[in-house]
Design a protein around this ligand. Structure first.
Ligand SMILES: NC(=O)c1ccc[n+]([C@@H]2O[C@H](COP(=O)([O-])OP(=O)(O)OC[C@H]3O[C@@H](n4cnc5c(N)ncnc54)[C@H](OP(=O)(O)O)[C@@H]3O)[C@@H](O)[C@H]2O)c1
Length: 339
C-alpha cells in the first residue's frame, strides 16, 4: 500500500467529451518509466495515483509493466474503485501490426492488465518498425519501411474488429501526422477518437492540434512536461527545456508551484489531455490538482503560446527506414507522406 497523503475527489477533475459521447478524464498518468524505474515502482505509482484521485492511466505493451499494473488495478478495484470509473488506454506495439497479430496481442494486454475491455486502444506508431529495448538512437531495424497506407488499413480493420468484439471501447492513433490521418479518416469504418501526440509548451503543434479538434479527434498530449529526465540517448544538443523557460518559471513563481505544474495547467486549459509521468506521490498529486484550481490568466496563456520552440523531443530516429534522410521524414513536415 502506498502512502498517499493528499487526495482529490475524481469528480472534481474535468472530463473531455469524445466524438462517441464518452468522457475521458482531462489528466491521465503516464506509465513509461524508460530505463529509470522498475515495473513494480510504476505499478505502485498507478495504485497510489488512483488513491490520489486519478482515473485515467496511459499504458502500452512496450512499456513492459502491464502485468504489474494489472495487479494494481485489481487492488484498486478491491478497494472499491469500479471498473467503469477507470479510463484505461493501451497501445499495439510496432511488431504486432500483422493482421493475425492484432487481436491476440490485445487479448494478451487484457490478460496482463486483468481487464475485460480497454477504454482506448491505440496503434502506437504508424510504422511496423521496431527496435530492442534501450537501444542507441543510431540503431536501425533492417526491415524498417516507410508508412504504407494499405498496410496500416489492414491493421486498422483488426482494430475495428476489436471494437465490434467488445474488447475495446474506442480506437485511436499515436504519432500520426495530418496527411496520414486524412487517409485514415477517408478509409476508416470506425474513426479514431483520439491521437496521442507530443505536446508541451516548447512543442505546441498548433496546426495539428487544431486539425485534431476540428476533426473530433481528442489530442492526448504525451511528454507534457517536456520529459525533462528522459535518457541521454533521447536528447540532442539543440533540445530546449520547458521547465526552465522564463515564461513558465515566472508563472510558477506567481502560483508557488513547480514549473511542471504550469505545463500541465496550460495543457488542460488549452484543451488537450496531458498524461504526465511521475512515480513520486507529491508530483503526481500536484499534476492532477493542476487541472482543478487556479487557472492561468488569458495573458499567461498568450505568453505560453508565444514560447513555442517547435522542439520535438521524441524524434523517432530508431524507426527510420534505409532510404530515409533523417528523422524529419517520419513527420511529413511538408504535408506529404515520405516514402
Ligand atoms: N505515444 C507515445 O509514443 C508516447 C511517447 C512518449 C511518452 N508517452 C506517454 O506519455 C507519458 C509522459 O511522458 P514522459 O514520461 O516522456 O514525460 P513527462 O511527463 O513530460 O515528464 C516526466 C518527468 O517529469 C518530472 N515531473 C513530473 N511531474 C513533476 C512535478 N509535478 N514536479 C517536478 N517534476 C515533475 C518527473 O521527473 P522525475 O522522475 O525525475 O521526478 C518525470 O519523470 C509517458 O509516461 C507515456 O505514458 C507516449
Amino acid at each position: 500500500m502506498s502512502t498517499i497523503l493528499e487526495k482529490l475527489d475524481p469528480k472534481s477533475v474535468p472530463q473531455r467529451k469524445l466524438s462517441s459521447g464518452a468522457e475521458i478524464p482531462a489528466v491521465g498518468l503516464g506509465t513509461f518509466g524508460s530505463d529509470r524505474f522498475t515495473a513494480d515502482q510504476i505499478a505502485e505509482a498507478v495504485l497510489g495515483a488512483i488513491e490520489a484521485g486519478y482515473r485515467h492511466i496511459d499504458c502500452a505493451a512496450v512499456y513492459a509493466n502491464q502485468k504489474e499494473i494489472g495487479e494494481s488495478l485489481q487492488k484498486a478495484m478491491r478497494m472499491g474503485v469500479k471498473r467503469e470509473e477507470l479510463w484505461i488506454t493501451s497501445k499495439l506495439w510496432n511488431n504486432k501490426h500483422a493482421e493475425e497479430d492484432v487481436i491476440p496481442t490485445c487479448k494478451q494486454t487484457l490478460k496482463d492488465l486483468q481487464l475485460d475491455y480497454l477504454d482506448l486502444y491505440l496503434v502506437h506508431w504508424p510504422f511496423p518498425n521496431h527496435h530492442g529495448v534501450g537501444v542507441d538512437v543510431n540503431s536501425r531495424d533492417p526491415h524498417a519501411v516507410p508508412y504504407i497506407h494499405e498496410n496500416y488499413m489492414k491493421t486498422w480493420r483488426q482494430m475495428e474488429k476489436l471494437v465490434e468484439m467488445g474488447l475495446v471501447r474506442h480506437i485511436g492513433t499515436s504519432n500520426m501526422t495530418m496527411p496520414k490521418l486524412n487517409l485514415l479518416l477517408r478509409d476508416a469504418k470506425i474513426k479514431p477518437v483520439a491521437n496521442e501526440m507530443e505536446l508541451h509548451p516548447h512543442f505546441q503543434q498548433p496546426e495539428f492540434f487544431k486539425y485534431c479538434i476540428d476533426n473530433q479527434i481528442a489530442p492526448i498530449g504525451f511528454s507534457p512536461i517536456g520529459s525533462p529526465t528522459r535518457p541521454d540517448r533521447d536528447k540532442t544538443p539543440d533540445d530546449t527545456v520547458d521547465i526552465e523557460d522564463p515564461v513558465i518559471v515566472k508563472i510558477a513563481q506567481r502560483l508557488n508551484v513547480h514549473p511542471a505544474v504550469v505545463c500541465v495547467k496550460w495543457a488542460v486549459q488549452r484543451g488537450q489531455i496531458p498524461i504526465p509521468f511521475s512515480i513520486r506521490p507529491n508530483e503526481y498529486f500536484t499534476n492532477l490538482k493542476a487541472a482543478t484550481a487556479e487557472p492561468l490568466t488569458d495573458e499567461e496563456m498568450r505568453e505560453i503560446a508565444g514560447a513555442d520552440k517547435k522542439n520535438r523531443l521524441i524524434k523517432g530516429q530508431v524507426f527510420l527506414w534505409e532510404a530515409a534522410k533523417d528523422w524529419h521524414d517520419l513527420w511529413d513536415e511538408d504535408g506529404k507522406i515520405a516514402s
